[in-house]
Design a binder for this molecule. Structure first.
Ligand code: PEP
Ligand code: MG
Length: 588
């Protein structure tokens, strides 16, 4: 690997925090691409050149359209994400109404550049004014076409090869440029503007190219040739790093490469059974580092964010703002994959500050009960989750629900928070799915009623086992009783899965059983759609999912559930696995 251990060229280490758009670490020299477009806004022309100015505009449109068509051909063998983008660009570029409006502006005495600049700005107003973040992204399409058109008018050809083996720093980068930069061999890119849902960000992820966006004035504060580190996991740009920073990131990069080589193949494969049933394999996370690890290992999303981690870290309840920042960061790092944020599950064996002293905390003010008791805490968390939901990849989950009254009170409370945010014109995803943990026997038994109100279920087998078998999950004396493979637990799970299927809502398992190699076939056979496991178990579980035949697993699950105790279930499953082994070993 190339080493950048060399004397600092310019000044001191500078750090800029942006939005992580595509994971990965890149280290290299900065290549700059900056434009000063403000000067173009009001360029006027004399009447004699109006016709030639119009011709210049038409010629530029033709040239750029030709260029797009060329990239379109290049993209035929590329990721499918590129083609629709190019189609949109061509549509904008060849829109006759837009072109006529630009010609009218030229006729009124503006240069072609200024006419293009002003008309695109006017068209953009509609998109930027909308609250919908997806539509707002479309304003970026207009910007991209405009930039290209302006470059065409100025005959400014971009030499993409100048950025080869470097990290591109720009105000923005269009997907079409990104295609060309990628074939020139850039290491990554950092931009001042852009959203994580923008086409360039999506493209960067599909190219596995590290990218950080939204770095405000960063590109303007970097000089060409300065060494920069791009941390696409944390959304960090480090300019002119200190030797110890370089060593740290070079080590991380090397580790990343080793992991990728070791696991790369499996991480990229889908978690699908041999007969084609897709199982969403997600991660349980406690920290931002977990999110990065999960994404690197190819997780389909985050099935459980244990938000209590934040309380434990701060040793107090976090403010709405602190939570908002954390949730937003998790959602951005996982984007476009979904994340499931569980509302604080305090009480019981978890963080208990602020919970009244109770003789029997596991059966006391835990989860949703605590949240309904401390409404200001529930409110700040709900508001933070909703505010972070603008990219529409967040689900909210309520813990420890055991009665319909609790579920309805929780949903009413969330509806009130939404109303308040809407009244204050604070953007959020109004369709944020709200689901529940199924982790009390009551919730499992009542699942059919609950499924009428909940958008999804996630079965928490750790607590479901503890409560079903009346065996404390952290008491070693009853460890032999505490077994999620106990048929009592499996039968409760089956009730919940069937209710979810009947009401057509997704059902996941996020308790520890989901990461047990013996469980994949059983859970798939029960009809579970999603498994959520610790990041380190992801690939092992995927390996097992890819060996399961879903049709056969249904019979296996029915037989396992009929067993009369946990040992019988375990023996039955391992004997089936032993028998299945010779055929299985052919599948990876
Ligand atoms: C569970 O109970 O299975 C679960 C996933 O939640 P926790 O372990 O955080 O209680
Ligand atoms: Mg639990």
């Amino acid at each position: 690997m190339k080493s950048f251990m060399q004397p600092a060229k310019y000044g001191v280490e500078r750090r800029f925090k942006g939005i992580p758009a595509s994971p990965g670490i890149a280290i290299g020299e900065a290549a700059l691409r900056l434009t000063d477009e403000a000067a173009l806004y009001n360029e006027t022309i004399v009447p004699e050149v109006i016709e030639s100015e119009k011709k210049r505009f038409t010629a530029a449109v033709q040239t750029i359209a030709e260029e797009y068509r060329h990239i379109f051909e290049l993209a035929q063998n590329e990721e499918n994400t590129v083609l629709p983008i190019l189609e949109t660009y061509l549509m904008i570029l060849t829109d006759t109404l837009l072109a006529d409006a630009i010609r009218r502006r030229i006729a009124s005495g503006l240069s072609a550049e200024s006419a293009v600049y002003q008309e695109f700005d006017a068209q953009k107003q509609f998109f930027t004014a909308t609250k919908d973040p997806i539509l707002r992204e479309r304003a970026v399409d207009l910007d991209n076409v405009r930039e290209r058109l302006l470059a065409g008018l100025r005959n400014a050809t971009i030499t993409h090869a100048l950025a080869a083996n470097k990290i591109l720093m720009a105000q923005t980068v269009t997907p079409t440029d990104l295609m060309l930069y990628r074939s020139a061999g850039i290491l990554g890119f950092a931009t001042e503007i852009g959203g994580i849902a923008s086409h360039s960000s999506i493209l960067a992820r599909s190219f596995s190219m590290p990218a950080v966006i939204g770095l405000r004035d960063a590109a303007h504060s970097v000089r060409a040739g300065e060494i920069v580190i791009l941390d696409g996991y944390a959304g960090l740009l480090i300019v002119n790093p200190k030797p110890e920073t370089l060593v740290k990131f070079e080590k991380r990069k090397q580790q990343e490469e080793e992991n990728r080589q070791k696991l790369g193949k499996l991480a990229k494969l889908s978690s699908q059974t041999t007969d084609g049933r897709a199982i969403r394999l997600q991660a349980n996370i406690d920290s931002l580092e977990d999110v990065d690890a999960a994404m690197m290992l190819g997780a389909d999303g985050v099935g459980l964010v244990r938000t209590e981690y934040l309380i434990a870290q701060l040793q107090r309840f976090p403010t709405e703002e602190e939570q908002y920042e954390w949730y937003k960061e998790i959602a951005e790092r996982a984007y476009p994959r979904p994340i499931t944020i569980r509302a604080f599950d305090v009480g019981g064996d978890k963080y208990a500050e602020g919970v009244p002293h109770e003789e029997n905390p596991a059966l006391g003010l835990r989860g949703i009960r605590f949240l309904l008791y401390k409404k200001e805490i529930f409110s700040s968390q709900t508001r933070a989750v909703l505010r972070a939901s603008v990219h529409r990849n967040i689900r909210l989950m309520l813990p420890m629900v055991s009665t319909l009254a609790e579920l309805c009170a929780g949903l009413d409370f969330i509806a009130t928070c939404k109303k308040q945010l809407a009244e204050h014109r604070i953007p959020f995803d109004a369709d944020t799915p709200v689901g529940i943990m199924i982790e009390t026997p009551a919730a499992a038994v009542m699942a059919d009623d609950f499924a009428r109100y909940a958008d999804f279920f996630s079965i928490g087998t750790n607590d479901l086992t503890q409560y079903a078998l009346a065996a404390d999950r952290s008491n070693e004396y009853v460890a032999a009783i505490f077994d999620s493979f106990d048929p009592a637990v499996l039968r409760l799970m089956q009730i919940a899965v069937r209710a979810a299927k009947k009401r057509k809502i997704p059902v996941s398992v996020c308790g520890e059983i989901a990461g047990d190699p013996n469980a994949a076939e059983l859970l798939i056979g029960m009809g579970v759609d999603e498994l959520s496991v610790t990041p380190t178990s992801l690939l092992m579980v995927k390996k097992h999912i890819r060996k399961v035949n879903a049709a056969k697993a249904t019979n296996l699950a029915e037989d396992a559930i009929r067993c009369s105790d946990n040992n019988e279930v375990r023996q039955f499953l391992s004997s089936r696995r032993r028998k299945a082994k010779p055929a299985d070993s052919a599948v990876t």
